[in-house]
Design a protein around this ligand. Structure first.
Ligand code: NAD
Ligand code: LEU
Length: 364
């Protein structure tokens, strides 16, 4: 991979490699764009097959956060970290402290939070070294685990998508096929069950399936069977790239609305489902509840205020459907347009020079 060429093509600002021998930390912080504000994005810990794969993931995820934060109306740019290692075996306290010091060194250009493979406890350790971390324990007056709030955002976004597809946002009696019933999807299933939706679930982890079957009368199907279920709504809540050449022909659902990041394998798959008349709630918009929640910490965390803001995902999804119809474009393109236009507008308005103390030259 030609890193500078890639960074130039997609206009990345900064890529930081962090190494600490004592703890075994190998982390890559990618900052994509800070036009709207400091880059906020979680830290993913994953056993990457190669360094190249880790770099690519950091870059791709950081850009995704730029779009997610912009579309959510947050005054934040996009960034992400990947730590190379197995989250079940390779974590230690020194690692997250060393990582916290690297974040502190960026002096606020990057703020972190949880992502796949990291937890509230990890964020608490990072917090020993820097204040540029969110999603720390509620005991610190912080927002804690973002997953339940992400689930609430997916739930309201799914209702907006149901309204578009079925003429009503009620999910009562609707069948929802949920792929992956982990942290986010378990709470999502709770909301859906309470509203009277019927649930079909699949997960590679049998304990997670059992939990959903017992709590919500969900029906279990095999992991490869989830796409072809006779469902009204397909909710991908596990992996990326699951809307692809193999899965699209299997889909019967009229709506795709779930928490997973990077659901479309390629942009062409967004075009295909659009042509098929499937209502697709763009992933980074419907799953922005977690980042909206942690971002509220920058104002002194208030749960009610954060939840109110997260409920706005309903309106944002409706706005995207309206742009999609108006401009005759797929919804994923409409979401990108919403984000890019905001970044451009704010970028222009910030281009005037503003005097501050640092521009006065004294004592040279
Ligand atoms: N947690 C958040 O606040 C948040 C915010 C935004 C986006 N997301 C995205 O939502 C998704 C779920 O996040 P989470 O925090 O619930 O993660 P999680 O790890 O708790 O849950 C994912 C679940 O998917 C299952 N799974 C993995 N591969 C599978 C497969 N092939 N088929 C079926 N199930 C499979 C796992 O066993 C697990 O139960 C991820 O893509 C994540 O990036 C999460
Ligand atoms: C800041 C975090 C809560 C971000 C979350 N991991 C996401 O992908 O949106």
């Amino acid at each position: 991979m030609e890193i500078f060429k890639y960074m130039e093509t997609y206009d990345y600002e900064q890529l930081v490699f962090c190494q600490d021998k004592t703890s075994g930390l190998k982390a890559i912080i990618a900052i994509h764009d800070t036009t709207l504000g400091p880059a906020l994005g979680g830290t993913r810990m994953w056993n990457y097959a190669s360094e190249e794969e880790a770099i690519e993931d950091a870059l791709r995820l950081a850009k995704g956060m730029t779009y997610k934060n912009a579309a959510a109306g947050l005054n934040l740019g996009g960034g992400k970290t990947v730590i190379i290692g197995d989250p079940l075996k390779d974590k230690n306290e020194e690692m997250f402290r060393a990582f916290g010091r690297f974040i502190q060194g960026l002096n606020g250009r990057y703020i972190t939070a949880e992502d796949v493979g990291t937890t509230v406890a990890d964020m608490d350790i990072i917090h020993e070294e820097t204040n540029y971390v969110t999603g720390i324990s509620e005991a610190f007056g912080s927002s804690g685990n973002p997953s339940p709030v992400t689930a609430y955002g997916v739930y309201v976004g799914m209702k907006a998508a149901a309204k578009e597809a079925f003429g009503s946002d009620s999910l009562e009696g609707k069948t929802v096929a949920v792929q992956g019933v982990g942290n986010v999807a378990y709470t999502l299933c709770d909301y859906l069950h309470k509203e009277g939706a019927k649930l079909i679930v699949a997960d590679i982890n049998q304990a997670s399936v059992d939990r959903a079957v017992n709590a919500f009368d969900a029906v279990q199907v095999g992991v490869d069977e989830i796409y072809s279920q006779d469902a009204d709504i397909f909710a991908p809540c596990a992996l990326g790239a699951i809307i692809n050449d193999n899965t699209i022909p299997q889909l019967k659902a009229k709506v795709i609305a779930g928490s997973a990041n990077n659901q479309l394998k390629d942009t062409k798959h967004g075009d295909i489902i659009h042509e098929m008349g499937i209502v697709y709630a763009p992933d980074y918009v419907i799953n922005s509840g977690g980042v909206i929640n942690v971002a509220d910490e920058l104002y002194g965390y208030n749960h009610d205020r954060a939840m109110k803001r997260v409920s706005g995902i309903y309106d944002t999804i409706e706005k995207i459907f309206a742009i999609s119809k108006r401009d005759e474009i797929p919804t994923y393109v409409a979401a990108d347009r919403l984000a890019e236009e905001r970044i451009e507008r704010v970028g222009k308005s910030r281009s005037q020079f503003l005097q501050n103390g640092k521009h006065i030259i004294t004592n040279r």
